[in-house]
Design a protein around this ligand. Structure first.
Ligand code: ZN
Length: 110
């Protein structure tokens, strides 16, 4: 069973109290985007085996969307964070690196 803590209200809830929202950190395509970019936005997903970032909604609680970092193989949760973040906070990245030393983020920091 997947158990996540809502970063807004602090309630720890089972996945039956939450609504999954798919992959996190997707970038929307603007009006000037190509058909290929729109198709990729709509359909291309990483479907990762291992570390994965997802959207969840605290459906039977505060109702807010948040993001979770977890392992899709073991269900280990590395942490949850507010949906406004464009990338996971450093404390979550550190806990992922501690558990999975070979993991590297697929985003670049500037
Ligand atoms: Zn909540």
């Amino acid at each position: 069973m997947l158990i996540l803590t809502c970063p807004y209200c602090g309630v720890t809830a089972e996945e039956t109290e939450l609504q999954p929202g798919g992959e996190a950190h997707l970038k929307r395509v603007g009006p000037g985007g190509t058909d290929e970019e729109l198709e990729a936005y709509l359909f291309d997903r990483k479907n990762a085996k291992g570390v994965h970032f997802e959207r969840w909604r605290h459906a039977y609680g505060c109702g807010r969307w948040f993001l979770a970092a977890r392992c899709t193989v073991t269900l280990q949760v590395f942490g949850t964070y507010k949906a406004q973040n464009t990338h996971p906070p450093s404390d979550i990245v550190d806990s992922i690196r501690a558990a999975r030393p070979d993991w590297t983020p697929d985003w670049t920091t500037t």
